[in-house]
Every structure is written in C-alpha cells, then in structure tokens.
Design a protein around this ligand. Structure first.
Ligand code: HEC
Length: 344
C-alpha cells in the first residue's frame, strides 16, 4: 500500500484523494482512516473483504480501479490476494516496530548435546534454528581465524602481527572479550560504523561524475565518525543533522552536522532533480525544523517532546533515515561550497 496507495491516500493531507464522507480525504496508512465511515460503507471492513470498498476498487475492471490506471502502478494478482487475505484476517494495523516496547522472551529449548555450544543468550535462538534444519553448530574456529573475523567485524581492518600474537598467547578465560573491548575502543570502530550511515546519506569524497572532482565535505564525514566513537545517543545524532544549526550557541560540529537547510525552496528544487525520492513520503522538513527551533529555544507553549517529533518523522517511513538522508544529500551540496581547505 505504501508503494501503490499512499501517494493519494497517505499522510500528506494536501495530496489526499477520495473519502466522500471525510473532510480530509481517504487515508489508508492508519486504521482509523481505513475503517472510517464513508457514508454507509468503509474502505476496510475487518473480516469482510466482500464489504470493503478497498477490495471492490482494486478488483474493479472499469475506470474506478485503484490505483487509477494513469498512476501506472497496477497491483499484481498476488498483491490483490494478499490485501484480501489481510482484510479477512482482521485488517490489523500494527504500530511501527520502533514504538513497540521490547518484551522479554524465553530462549528456546535446545538438544542437550548442544548445550556446550551456548556461551550467551543469543546462541539458543541460533542453535534452535539450526536444529530445526537438521544442522549442528560448527566447532569453535581456531584463534587466528577468530581474531581476524572479530577485527574485520568491529573495525573493518585485519589485526596487526603484535595484536595477533597477544591474543594467541593470552591464556585468560576472558581473552576474547578483551579483544572485543580493545576493538570497541579503537578510533577505527567509528570509521567502520560510519560507513553505513554515510552510504545512507549518499556521502562521497568526490562528486562521482564528469571529472569526478573532490568536494571537500570531509568535516561531515569526521562528524559522523566522531559521533559513533563518542557513542552519541541516536536522538541527539538525528537532532543535530536536522537542526544542529538552530541549537542555541551551536558548536562548530553541530553546525557541520546540519549545515544550512533553512531554504525549503532549495530543498524542493534539489529533490526534483533527485530521482528515487518519493516526495509524498517526505515529512515536511521546514515544519519539523520550525518545531525543533521552538523546542530548542524552550518556548513553553510550543514545547513538544522531542521523541514525539521523532515519532512523527518515523511513522511516515522508516524515516529518520529518509529525512536525514535528504538533509544529508543537500547538506553535502552546501558543504561543498563552504569547505575548501586546500584553497581553490
Ligand atoms: C494517483 C492517486 C491515487 C492512487 C495512487 C490511489 N488512489 Fe484511491 N482514489 C483516488 C481518487 C482521486 C479517488 C476519488 C475518486 C474515486 O472515487 O474514484 C480515490 C478513491 C478511492 C476509494 C474510494 C473512497 C470513497 O470515498 O469511496 C478507495 C477505497 C480507494 N481509492 C482505494 C485505493 C487503494 C486501495 C489504492 C492503492 C492500491 C489507491 N486507492 C490508490 C486516487 C488514488
């Protein structure tokens, strides 16, 4: 539905269509919208696909078909079937997983012969899956292999010769844990973690086409690396990238994190040129920044909890990422103009 319906029946009030009985159009991304009374009928009637307008519309063989033909994103037979089945099963709208509090679950029982392979509380889950596929855990790898794997996993680099010999000769029962701790403290840990985030925000040291010129946006890269190394909380990390420049007495690094995104027009024109961004799924960055600004200034009447703001962002998509991604994309452009440390 996100791909095929939300463009016209999603969170963006200005783009919303249909919904005769509803002032603001038909909204399908939330349960109350989908189940709302449209004047004697509803888009979704839980358990009753045959009485759900949604099903009638996706199955229609005339111009009333949804999505409309001129949207050029017809549903497949399987997708139609899936929607039908979902409504038959009660049309449950789950909250975004990020807002469902984690619950303790009891680790599964495993065969006694595998008990010796358990060294932490994650292992029983893995072993139980292996067992159900008729597999057994592999024996523990030799120490050379272990430290190489650990090192690549945590810092993205192989161990040095002295590090290797230290591990090989360490007879303490916590030898492995000591290596993990050392690697987590390494400044390369932040570099390793930052690669994922930098990919998401489309970071690059060069612009990638034409003459592949450098852009000198490394202060942002270093900011992300440092954020990971300093273990910066995720809400702070998000805040700084969306509105670091608006924080009263913003530090240089907070300004680097956000750069100047104050121009909505710029944002929109940039987005137009950037394929792959579904604009209707974009939260209103200007509005978010305005709210953040008031929140940051501690304006009492406007004080909104930061987490409810992040929630607003997240429910639209998976989307702290998407917003920060868009912000980062732009930020890279503006940063390129600002940092020319080598002189030009
Ligand atoms: C490009 C825009 C667009 C897309 C995409 C779209 N719709 Fe619609 N939808 C409309 C418009 C416009 C109307 C109102 C006109 C009409 O009833 O045909 C409407 C009406 C409806 C209605 C009837 C609402 C009522 O008040 O009776 C339903 C149900 C519906 N759409 C379901 C869907 C579903 C399900 C999808 C995705 C599979 C979808 N639509 C995708 C534009 C869209």
């Amino acid at each position: 539905m996100a791909d095929h319906c939300f463009a016209c029946h999603g969170p963006d009030q200005n783009k919303r269509e249909g919904g005769k009985g509803q002032a603001n159009g038909l909204r399908l991304d939330i349960a109350t919208g989908a189940k709302a009374d449209l004047g004697g009928y509803a888009a979704v009637v839980p358990g009753q696909p045959e009485h759900s307008a949604l099903i009638a519309r996706i199955m229609a063989d005339d111009d009333s078909i949804m999505p409309p033909n001129n949207f050029h994103k017809a549903l497949s037979v399987e997708q139609k079937q899936l929607l039908k089945q979902w409504i038959s099963q009660g049309a449950v709208y789950d909250q975004h997983w990020a807002f469902i509090p984690p619950k303790y679950s009891t680790p599964p029982e495993i065969l006694p012969k595998h008990h010796t392979s358990v060294s932490n509380w994650i292992d029983p889950y893995i072993i139980s899956k292996l067992e159900s596929s008729g597999l057994s855990p592999s024996p523990e790898a030799n120490r050379h292999t272990l430290i190489r794997r650990l090192s690549f996993d945590i810092i993205g680099l192989p161990p040095s010769t002295p590090e290797l010999s230290m591990f090989l000769t360490d007879n303490a029962s916590t030898a492995y844990e000591k290596v993990v701790d050392r690697l987590l403290k390494s400044s390369h840990f932040g570099e390793r973690m930052a690669t994922y985030w930098l990919d998401l925000v489309r970071y690059a040291d060069t612009n990638g086409y034409h003459a592949d010129l450098t852009w000198n946006v490394w202060p942002y890269r270093d900011y992300v690396i440092k954020a990971f190394n300093d273990n910066m909380p995720f809400d702070q990390f998000t805040l700084e990238q969306l509105a670091g420049d608006l924080i009263p007495n913003a530090t240089l690094s907070q300004q680097v994190a956000a750069e100047d995104q104050s121009s909505k027009e710029q944002l929109e024109s940039e987005l137009k040129h950037h394929q792959g961004i579904s604009k209707f799924r974009m939260p209103d960055l200007k509005l978010i920044r305005q709210e953040l600004k008031e929140w940051l200034q501690g304006i009492e009447s406007k004080k909104i909890a930061l987490h409810s703001l992040i929630k607003q962002i997240t429910v639209y998509t998976n989307a702290t990422l998407e917003v920060t991604y868009n912000a980062g994309y732009l930020t890279n452009q503006t940063r390129a103009l600002d940092y020319t440390p080598y002189g030009s």
